[in-house]
Design a protein around this ligand. Structure first.
Ligand SMILES: NC(=O)c1ccc[n+]([C@@H]2O[C@H](COP(=O)([O-])OP(=O)(O)OC[C@H]3O[C@@H](n4cnc5c(N)ncnc54)[C@H](O)[C@@H]3O)[C@@H](O)[C@H]2O)c1
Length: 440
């Protein structure tokens, strides 16, 4: 199959590279000329484990190329995927579809012969209808089948998720798209990944319903953590105790500073807006959004409390800035609220993140970026673990103790055990664990 991927970001690039790995001929297209020039030279614009090697291999094999020229790419393709961003419209809370619709117009002008146009971006119900309308309006001769095929990969494990998905969801309205999409995913189908065909609107909703459910599950355990703190129970054991029931499952039950990232915050909000627009509000998700928003500031309160109630003039060391480990993505990371509130309250922040510092610089207030974890903790009045990168799980606490000014550790990811930390002389707070404020 000849495939064009429009948009070469986290989803577009990973999907394009994986399709090439399946043996398809893939062109990854993007408007961002700098990104495309870099990719042509083998420079991968994002941090994603395994992506660089797979990209270089497929370029070498002649199956993968990069371009800014949408016309030539689309004209040469059987299938055109739209993988552009759908950020939150800051004024309305809806998904902003301008990039999707711009791509649809560009595709319409370039298609040559029957072409399957697939929306891989996360888009509200009805977007496929509008994409189809735009294409027909722009070019009445265009022969297209517009399909929905939402992507479920997770940053940090994106290649594995793409190559071994739990399921592939494909929403079609035109039967001609079925054999084409089956062929696109044939290698996965052979590996028994369920390929589920449904209608376009159902497919669009499945993506939001899945993300909102997962966001709700995280928020549920976060509120349970607050209750654990109040009653003296242990949220990790509660999570295990409920998660072993396979109707519930153990995943997404790790209490922490609230969900962030490029998907859950915007997708929950967009689902809330869609549901309100259609007169079928989903109050569970409205509440999830509100609880999660409030949680980030609660984390700041926890840090302030650990520092004795006032952070003015204090130095806080932040370990981890990205919304989760193994990515450089800073979009909607809880660290943004936490760092901003700490600096506003007069703290000096020293931070380190293994991959996210470049992106952090554009979204955080001015802070000191450090060379490594031990550099970041030097002179700190409190060390705060915000993201559970592996290198923060096994810190040499004796060394940390010798570098900090005051031995206070706030562990927003529950990666340490309180006895161990207390043994090294730290005052320790974590999330949802009994008598969590332990002083040595
Ligand atoms: N990031 C994830 O983990 C993830 C997972 C599943 C689904 N999604 C969804 O996938 C979509 C893309 O997300 P992302 O994280 O890859 O975004 P991204 O911002 O990393 O990438 C989007 C890319 O599209 C390009 N672009 C914008 N308009 C264009 C146009 N008209 N023509 C060509 N290129 C254009 C941008 O330059 C950018 O490189 C979103 O809808 C998102 O919700 C993301």
């Amino acid at each position: 199959m000849k495939i064009t991927m429009i948009g070469s970001g986290y989803v577009g690039l990973v999907s394009g590279v994986c399709f090439a790995e399946f043996g398809h001929d893939v062109i990854c297209m993007d408007l961002n000329a700098e990104k495309i020039e870099g990719l042509k030279k083998g420079i991968i614009p994002i941090f994603e484990p395994g992506l660089e090697e797979m990209t270089l291999d497929n370029v070498k094999a002649g199956r993968l190329s990069f371009t800014t020229d949408i016309k030539a790419a689309v004209a040469a393709s059987d299938v055109v995927f739209i993988g552009v961003g759908t950020p939150t419209n800051k004024e309305t809370g809806h998904a902003d579809l301008k990039y999707v619709y711009a791509a649809a117009r560009d595709i319409a002008q370039a298609v040559d012969g029957f072409t399957v146009v697939v929306t891989k971006s996360t888009v509200p119900v009805g977007t496929g209808d509008e994409v189809e309308r735009i294409i027909r309006e722009t070019n009445p001769d265009a022969d297209v089948a517009v399909v929905s095929n939402p992507e479920f990969l997770r940053e940090g494990a994106a290649i594995k998720d793409f190559m071994i998905p739990n399921r592939i969801v494909v929403g079609i309205e035109d039967e001609r798209a079925r054999p084409v999409m089956t062929e696109v995913y044939r290698p996965l189908f052979i590996n028994q990944s369920p390929l589920m065909f449904t209608t376009r609107r159902t497919s669009e909703l499945i993506k939001y319903a899945a993300n909102a459910f997962l966001a709700m599950k995280i928020t549920y355990i976060n509120e349970m953590a607050d209750l654990c703190e109040a009653v003296g129970a242990n949220v990790q054991e509660v999570a295990r105790g409920i998660g072993l029931d396979n109707r519930i499952g153990t995943k997404f039950l790790h209490a922490g500073p609230g969900y962030g990232g490029s998907c859950f915050p915007k997708d929950t909000l967009a689902l809330v807006k869609t549901a309100q627009d259609f007169g079928a509000p989903i109050t569970l998700i409205e509440t999830t959004v509100a609880v999660n928003d409030a949680r980030k500031s609660k984390m700041t309160d926890k840090i302030v409390k650990a520092l004795g109630g006032d952070v003015k003039g204090k130095t806080v060391s932040i370990l981890g800035l990205t919304f989760k480990p193994e990515t450089d993505d800073m979009r909607d990371s809880p660290s943004i609220t936490i760092v901003s509130e700490l600096t506003e309250a007069g703290a000096t922040v020293r931070a380190f993140d293994p991959e996210g510092m470049e992106q952090a610089k554009s979204v955080l207030p001015p802070i000191t970026y450090c060379e490594g974890a031990y550099d970041a903790v030097t002179g700190a009045d409190a060390v705060v673990i915000v993201t559970e990168w592996n290198e923060f799980r096994g810190l040499d606490l004796k060394r940390v103790r010798s570098l900090v000014r005051t031995p206070v550790l706030v562990d927003l990811r529950n990666v340490y055990r309180k006895e161990e930390v207390a043994r090294h002389g730290f005052t320790y707070s974590s999330i949802g664990r009994p008598s969590e404020d332990i002083t040595a």
